[in-house]
Design a protein. Structure first.
Ligand code: SF4
Length: 295
């Protein structure tokens, strides 16, 4: 690892802060249990490398024992070269699997000219990864989504889908076969990017598919950047809002008349901390994101 500085911030502090945020998310949402075998989805982007390395560090310090298996999916995109990633995994001594599944041809085949591939591509990838997790005997699947992914998704859902929901830290799939965890949801994308740069992770390009990265998501990023110039803490605040929901002040009647919430909804206004939402079948948050992103 390369000890240096990231924008004046000591490298050690960056690792420490990211590790702390990861630990907090894991503890608050009970993401890891003793004996877990966790499949870490490694796309080759900055987020997934960081996730893997943070979990590996945690593994050496945690009072519980858990296994990690890194999995990279080669989707047969034109020009794909996974050699740098494979070499890095070998050098680091990470237990891993690299699997090739030509989802690219299916997407090309089925998506009309001019439309973006991302939605179908993500669905196909998810299917492959979920099956793999079962085959590999993994109890959890870890994804590298971070704070910025979550708040962009929240805005996307509100602006374009008329629903409120971001990304769950832990989600059991509908068929009950897999549990997906997102331990980096409290971490800022800019910190992850700094770490990835300092550590010189061999990033694989993510534009090989020829699909434009989701334009609406890019628009949310621009909006947040713009807001940040006037409201510096806007991203932190939006994340905090996801942890301090006041269901009684929303208009979803399924939440309004739940006895659980009636008893607990004033908690945030009295500073007693976030309310735990009961699972409401078919609630917007469960239906997933407007756009399935991959880390
Ligand atoms: S940008 Fe990513 S999700 Fe979208 S089609 Fe390409 S590989 Fe798939």
């Amino acid at each position: 690892m390369n000890a240096t500085e990231a924008h004046g911030r000591p490298w050690k502090d960056l690792w420490k802060d990211l590790g702390k945020g990861l630990g907090q998310c894991i503890a608050e949402h009970h993401l890891i249990d003793d004996g877990d075998r966790i499949m870490v989805c490694l796309s080759g982007g900055k987020d997934s490398y960081t996730l893997l390395q943070l979990l590996r560090r945690l593994q050496t310090r945690a009072p519980i024992s858990f296994e990690l298996v890194a999995v990279h999916l080669d989707q047969a995109q034109p020009g794909y070269d996974g050699t740098p990633l494979a070499r890095w995994l070998e050098q680091e001594g990470v237990v891993h699997h690299i699997v090739r599944e030509d989802t690219y041809s299916i997407v090309k085949d089925r998506v009309a000219e001019g439309k973006t591939y991302c939605s179908l591509c993500s669905r196909l990838r998810r299917g492959v990864l979920y099956n793999l997790a079962e085959d590999l005997g993994c109890t959890k699947i870890a994804l590298g989504h971070h704070r910025d992914d979550a708040i962009e998704t929240l805005l996307l859902n509100m602006f374009f889908a008329g629903s409120m929901g971001a990304m769950p830290a832990k989600l059991e799939t509908k068929d009950g076969r897999n549990t997906v965890i997102r331990p980096m949801l409290y971490l800022a994308e800019k910190d992850i990017a700094q770490l990835a740069e300092l550590e010189r992770y061999p990033i694989l390009p993510c534009n090989l598919c020829g699909s434009q990265e989701n334009l609406q998501r890019q628009e949310m990023k621009r909006l947040l950047n713009d807001l940040e110039t006037r409201i510096p803490q806007v991203r932190e605040s939006l994340l905090a809002s996801l942890k301090h929901v006041r269901p009684s002040h929303l208009l979803d009647e399924r939440l309004q008349y739940s006895s659980v919430l009636r008893d607990k909804s004033p908690a945030t206004s009295t500073g007693r901390g976030p309310v735990k939402l009961p699972v409401v079948s078919g609630a917007p948050a469960e239906r997933g994101d407007v756009v399935g992103s991959y880390s």
